[in-house]
Design a protein around this ligand. Structure first.
Ligand SMILES: [Zn+2]
Length: 120
């Protein structure tokens, strides 16, 4: 499963980080990506998780559409670039972060293409 957002059973939204993104080299930036979705979901509908049980996935709302993915990926990439700038050249996180930047960039481009083909 990919990282996502879900209801927390108390009316709020929690970020759920996928196992493959739990590495401390990248986890904080994946959290920033999901926090963009969380903030946009709450802005769209503050009641989105009212009376919903814990772990209810939040789907089929504009905050998970391509434009939201582009915004979330940009925030994630900026986070990685900030981290890289603070690491020495030999740091063991560097290759993982560079890989994550490439993946996030590809994902963002995929969503740019989706946004072009299916404009709102
Ligand atoms: Zn996303």
């Amino acid at each position: 499963m990919n990282s996502t957002i879900a209801c927390n059973g108390k009316g709020g939204i929690k970020v759920v980080i996928a196992d493959q993104s739990s590495d401390p080299c990248v986890r904080d930036c994946v959290e920033i990506h999901e926090e963009v979705h969380r903030d946009e979901a709450i802005a769209f509908n503050p009641q989105v998780c009212a009376r919903r049980p814990d772990d209810t996935l939040i789907m089929a709302l504009p905050h998970i559409g391509a434009p939201s993915e582009i915004r979330a990926s940009l925030a994630e990439i900026q986070c990685y670039l900030r981290k890289l700038a603070g690491l020495p050249d030999c740091h063991s996180c560097r290759p993982k972060i560079e890989q994550a930047i490439g993946d996030a960039y590809d994902y963002m481009e995929k969503n740019r293409e989706r946004a072009r083909r299916f404009p709102n």
